[in-house]
Design a protein around this ligand. Structure first.
Ligand code: AQP
Length: 341
């Protein structure tokens, strides 16, 4: 069976494992909105609640609250639920159904090489959940249940996207079909890897125990200014070219954040601000971050006043998502030889 041209379809997701960070926004959500607005793609965005319980089980009320807040955050950032499909993963059973097939396609050795598992499990891997280990197979199912051709993500997800392609290729090869597309990662922008404000070698993360390490989308102006003021830097002024940032991870991080928020290139930022001390640059960065993020957090709070409306949006999105995924997963089961009615 040869699949002709695949529809240009974008899929991506974010886990409701905590509140949105500036890293999630610049690395992923901002690109989600741009790809929706560019046109030329069907865009499907998912709050991946099944992934959110892999690292640790969340209090049920917290998971539900995080899911609704993330939905509000997507909409406040510019996702339009009438133009994009917006839903939470657990409402579309096809994700889990396809993940089982992919658990049987993926090899243990492939999973053992995943750096995210190694980072999250640390020295305690034997005590981690099977779900955390199998996470990349579920992620491949999230993407391939829609035959998605493009996946906007931050740099940290590159290896998982490569695994998705390996799973698709092995499935196609094992069954002699050209059923699953070779999905392209879309890793673009000045801030595809936003680093912790406390440690330039660690990525900014929702689950970092230190709140000072990240900017949350819900932080107020004072909190943002304080976190940027206290962000770790070095004593040198800003260089006037990107090459001068090579050995300066903390400085590079703040310049990348500025460039991404201002929609400028790093070279443009440095042409304007090269020579400045951090005492000058940090307040400018804080003002820009507040100007870009406070309209989003204000709108998020407004949307959160009506959780029933959020639930309606998620249910409507799930129905539309199911309409795309169900025939693809049904056909997958037929290819595998599962007898259906
Ligand atoms: N620091 C980051 N810089 C750029 N992009 C980032 N992303 C996450 N952190 C950064 C991108 O955000 C999307 C959603 O990520 P996720 O929630 O599915 O999981 P994650 O990558 O594990 O993000 P976190 O914030 O670190 O969550 P926890 O702490 O729960 O593990 C992805 O596209 C990711 O690349």
């Amino acid at each position: 069976m040869t699949e002709a041209a695949f529809t240009q379809r974008v899929f991506s997701g974010i886990q409701p494992s905590g509140g949105l960070t500036l890293g999630n926004y610049l690395g992923a959500l901002k690109r989600f909105v741009e790809m929706q607005d560019e046109g030329g793609y069907e865009t499907i965005y998912c709050i991946v609640d099944m992934h959110a319980i892999t690292a640790k089980l969340l209090d049920p009320a917290t998971l539900a609250q995080n899911t609704r807040e993330l939905c509000a955050g997507f909409i406040a950032a510019g996702i339009d639920p009438s133009r994009s499909i917006l839903f939470n993963q657990s409402q579309v059973a096809e994700h889990a159904q396809l993940a089982w097939i992919f658990n049987c396609i993926a090899r243990l050795g492939w999973m053992q090489r995943m750096t995210q598992f190694k980072d999250k499990a640390g020295k305690n891997a034997q005590n981690e959940s099977l779900g955390l280990f199998a996470y990349p197979a579920l992620m491949a199912a999230d993407i391939l249940a829609y035959h998605a051709t493009h996946v906007p993500v931050g740099e940290d997800q590159k290896q998982h996207l490569e695994l998705t392609r390996d799973i698709a290729a092995k499935f196609n090869n094992d069954y002699g079909v050209e059923f699953f597309p070779m999905t392209e990662p879309v890793i673009e922008g000045a801030a595809t890897r936003v680093m912790s404000l406390r440690d330039g070698s660690k990525k900014m993360s929702k689950s970092d125990p230190s709140d000072m390490s990240r900017i949350n989308l819900t932080d107020d102006a004072d909190a943002i200014a304080q976190k940027i003021r206290k962000a770790r830097t070095d004593p040198e002024p800003l260089p006037s070219e990107a090459k001068g940032l090579e050995e300066r991870p903390e400085a590079r991080n703040l310049v990348n954040i500025y460039a991404a928020l201002a929609d400028m290139s790093v070279d443009q930022v440095l042409a304007e601000m090269g020579g400045q001390q951090f005492s000058e640059f940090k307040p400018r960065l804080a003002d820009l971050a507040v100007a870009r993020m406070s309209p989003i957090s204000t709108e998020m709070s407004r949307l959160m006043e009506d959780p029933a409306e959020i639930d309606r949006i998620l249910a409507g999105g799930a129905e539309r998502a199911r309409a795309v995924a169900a025939p693809i997963v049904k056909r997958t089961y037929e290819i595998v030889g599962m007898v259906g009615s």
